[in-house]
Write a protein that binds this ligand. Sequence first.
Ligand code: HEM
Length: 382
Amino acid sequence: MDSELHLPHDVEYVNRFGFSGRLDQPDHLSPPYDVIHNLAKNAPQLLRAGDLGEEIARLPIIEAPVPADELELFKMAYSFLVQAYVWEPIHLDQSGLPRTTVPMQLAKPLISISAELDEPPTYLYSDHTIRNSRLIDSGKPAILENLKSVYTFSGTSDENQFVVVHTAYEQVGLPAVRKAISLMTQSHLDLSDGLDAIAATIEQMRHEFLKVKDVVSPKIFQSNIRLYLMGWRNNLPSIRFEGARINASELRGETGSGSALLPFFDRFMSIMHDVEQADENENLQTYWDFDKYRPKWHRSTLEWVAASTRIREKALQSPHCRRSYNRVVEQVARLREAHLHNVGIYLRGNAGLAFRGNYGTGGSNFATYLHALVVHNRKMMI
Ligand code: HEM
């Protein structure tokens, strides 16, 4: 393929806007769903007072059509409210128990919109970060200082920053995504130069990730944020969605593992691509399982990359390209390593969950999972 004009629709969109997509979407739901939006907006006050459950009990089941450009915000609002509803009792009283039945007025719209979007009926990384971020000044670039969140559970500036630091990270990675797409589609480009440019951008992504230490206090994260991000798998023994026959307890929660950016480079470089190994290795199985927790356009872009890339084979053909290939692999490993070494302090304490084990909000056994990915990553050097 020698022209970007032939890119599939979703890949073209990613090439243009990145995995964060457009950041100028509507930031409120139109009537009759404005009541849902207002509830999510007021979540910090309601949760502090312990009034959210009662407000939700009073909600009607709304079944009006949703405008196309509000579908993702709709999914985000309902899945956000489910998180808040389930965990509210523990936030108020650490010895309390979570709610384990999601009422029909939340469950029904969430399940139906998720089916329409072809994604799991749960609060995804995308719901928490990219769908939840807007430009402060639409004339300025999508950098950390120019992004704000739509919904937070705690109303703290730390949570606002925690949301948008992910989106800023997605944006920092965009030049490398574009470069990778051009290397896959334009045969005249110099592979070694292209890979070096990608490695340099991934290094910047690491610096962007590390900003989390400056903008999010571990204490506030532990006491006000983390609980509400917890998914059900491995964190909640049982949960039922009223009126629906889905195995909700198996659903993972929001986590950086839902970001498509590292998986994009993993596939581009054919790292972690070996499904046979995944069958043998629990951590790699978890890694692949996170693929289900992405919006459809992320999934289809990753599938296209996996099917289109020949970068590893090409890099094997010259020592020069090999070195550049390994630089990219090393930068991905360093980013994973920086994450592994810096999130520990945020994970201390039990986030209010007396019964919780060593599981991330996404339900991985993080003590082994994050380390295993770094090790496996480096093994893929050539
Ligand atoms: C500071 C608080 C953070 C904590 C406690 C944390 C925790 C975790 C955990 C436990 C996982 C494993 C999956 C699971 O949840 O079960 C994970 C994965 C991940 N997180 Fe974070 N994270 C934090 C911040 C961030 C930030 C700010 C970013 C990006 C800007 C990020 C990006 C990622 C990525 C990309 C993965 C996938 C790991 C990989 O593929 O190697 N995380 N995180």
